[in-house]
Structure formats: C-alpha cells, structure tokens
Design a protein around this ligand. Sequence first.
Ligand SMILES: NC(=O)c1ccc[n+]([C@@H]2O[C@H](COP(=O)([O-])OP(=O)(O)OC[C@H]3O[C@@H](n4cnc5c(N)ncnc54)[C@H](OP(=O)(O)O)[C@@H]3O)[C@@H](O)[C@H]2O)c1
Length: 252
Amino acid sequence: MKKILITGASRGIGFALATKIADSENANFHLIARNEARLLELKAKLESQGSIANIYPCDVSEKNSFQNTIKLAASKARNFDIVVLNAGISENKWIMENNYSESFERIYRVNVFSIAYALEVLASLMAEKGIIAIVSSLADVRGFLSSSAYCSSKSAVTRLSEAARIELKRIGIDVLTIKPGFVRTDMTAKNRFPMPFLMDPGKAADIIWRGIINRKKIIAFPFPMVLLTKFIALLPNWLFDFLSSFYKQNGV
Ligand SMILES: NC(=O)c1ccc[n+]([C@@H]2O[C@H](COP(=O)([O-])OP(=O)(O)OC[C@H]3O[C@@H](n4cnc5c(N)ncnc54)[C@H](OP(=O)(O)O)[C@@H]3O)[C@@H](O)[C@H]2O)c1
C-alpha cells in the first residue's frame, strides 16, 4: 500500500483526489486540514473502500504545529511514498480595500510559507524515490485585478517548486508542480467573474493522479486554459493593462 500524505484534504481538490486514489487502489492515507468533522467523513469513505486513513486536524500556516504533525504522520507511516501539498486559500481583495495587507499575509502563510515548512521536514521523511506534488495554479501567470495576493502567491509557489524539483532530485525525490485552471470547489464558488473551462473536481483529480503516477514534472490543465494562459503571458504590458481596465471593481 502506498503511503500518501495530502494537505487540504477536507474539501475540494484534496478530497476528490483522496477519493480518486482510493477508487483505483488501496492506500495508507495521512490527511491534513483544519476541519476535523470533514476529515472524519473522508476517513470513513476511504476505509469503506478498503484503504487505511489517519487524520490530523491542523493549521498548515502554524509552522511548529504543521511540522510536528508531518513528523507524527511520518512516524506512523514509516515515511511517505507520495505527498500532495494542496492546502490553499484565495480572497478577492483590491489593494485600496480595508485590511488588504492582513488578507495578503493570510494568503501567503497558507499558500507559500506552509510549503516551505513542509519541505524543510519532508526531505528526510520520504521513502526512496518518493514524490512531492505541490499545488500551484495557472493563475501564477500574471497579476490579475483583485487577486494580487493569490496570483503572486502562486507565482512564488511555482518558482519554489521549480527550485525544489532540482534540489531534491539530488536525494532521489521527484517534485512535481500541479497547475489547475478553474475547478468547481468552495474556492471558486465565491468568484463573481467568468471562469472559462470550469472543471469538476473529480475530473481534476483524475488528471492530477495520472500525472503523479507518471511523475510528470508540470501537471497543468485543462489544455485550452493552459493555451489561454500561455497567450496571456505573452501579451505586452500595454495590452494586458488595457484589457484589465474593462474589469469592474465588483466583477464583470
Ligand atoms: N479551485 C480552483 O479553481 C483552483 C485552481 C487552481 C489552483 N487551486 C489550488 O488548489 C488547492 C485546493 O483548492 P480547492 O479549490 O480545493 O479549495 P477549497 O475547496 O477551498 O479547499 C481548500 C482546502 O485547503 C484546506 N485549508 C485551507 N486553509 C488551511 C489551513 N490554514 N490549514 C490547513 N488546511 C487548510 C481546507 O481545509 P479546512 O478549511 O478544513 O482547513 C480545504 O481542505 C489550493 O492550493 C488552490 O489554490 C484551485
């Protein structure tokens, strides 16, 4: 049985991924999120499918607590074959809104710092040829309006995982970067703007799991959104600024 740690497992992509894995094989899961009741629900579901599941209610933005939780899980699992660092948050906030910097800090602590906290301890807690998959986003491509914290946090995650991929390869660990487009979860339910190629979490989980098994360095999807974001990346600043000026403060 593969020993698999997933953060942000209580809902959305993390929940769907754990369920997808358990559909295809029995695994020994170690699941982290803050909501214990949701984790218990997932544990029951996975165990009814024949897997083993251990849950760890924990806030990944609290360094000591998160690192100790990872160490505790590793001691039970005797090291992980696969780790998916998926926990993340987004908040739409304009720079001129109240409490902008509080929101910015919150997002960075969960989306960026938690990855560093995890990587620091995981390097010595992985099984031979282990995999660490880090969830970034196609939103890393540019600074979109009202999402300066989220987009820049995901740019940081993409670059962080790129460097980690090269560094940790030297000790036999494969680091993969996952870059989803829009997926239908609690995170996107609050968005008031058009979300092209919005995908169900089950389908996203399928693509992510296939990419992990194949040790694909960058798991970016869906394809039309990958193309669109590549195009957006190439836009000259004057055109990106011009197009952005059509976006209204409360959505389009
Ligand atoms: N949905 C999309 O369109 C999309 C697109 C690109 C990338 N992503 C990325 O995919 C990942 C998962 O997103 P999602 O759409 O599945 O979001 P979601 O449905 O809101 O789920 C987020 C998960 O992260 C956990 N989490 C949040 N803050 C946490 C904290 N401080 N400590 C521990 N766990 C925490 C949540 O659990 P608790 O609340 O129980 O703690 C939940 O399980 C994120 O990194 C997100 O940025 C999502």
